[in-house]
Design a protein around this ligand. Structure first.
Ligand code: FES
Length: 148
């Protein structure tokens, strides 16, 4: 059996939504300290709906496929659905990832959460921090923290 599904290979070879949104409403950047891969997500948000989303991923094929699939899954959706997106759902939509590559899909979940949080912060929208359980990894606070 092939290591990667046809869907993973398709999204790796022809990634959707690659690029940058100028003056994005929310931007999230996360990295995996172990492998050094980085993912950045840009959101355009109108009336609580993600009207456009783009990504830049400097990472492995699974991370690129995960970003591509995740952006497709949240485009046109309300923010609540984007926040509810799990890495498991992204991996399932890709028809699975090898066990040692599941962490690559975590980057997509975290980058989206980080971008939504950035949008909330920039627009002074109150939110429950419990919605962002992995925030210590999201890089969002790095600029405000002197411990790095
Ligand atoms: Fe780093 Fe896949 S090996 S995200």
């Amino acid at each position: 059996m092939a290591l990667y599904s046809d869907i993973v290979m398709d999204h790796f070879r022809n990634p959707r939504n690659v690029g940058v949104i100028e003056n994005a409403d929310g931007v999230g950047e996360v990295g995996n300290a172990k492998c050094g891969d980085i993912m950045k997500i840009y959101l355009r948000i109108e009336d609580d709906i993600i009207t456009d989303v783009k990504f830049e991923t400097f990472g492995c094929g699974s991370a690129i496929a995960s970003s591509s699939m995740a952006t497709e899954m949240i485009k046109g959706k309300p923010l609540s659905e984007a926040l509810a997106l799990t890495n498991k759902a992204v991996a399932e939509a890709l028809d699975g990832l090898p066990a040692h590559k599941l962490h690559c899909s975590v980057l997509a979940e975290e980058a989206i959460k980080s971008a939504v949080r950035d949008y909330y912060d920039k627009h002074g929208i109150a939110y429950d921090v419990k919605q962002f359980p992995d925030c210590e990894h999201c890089g969002h606070c790095d600029s405000q923290c002197d411990c790095h």
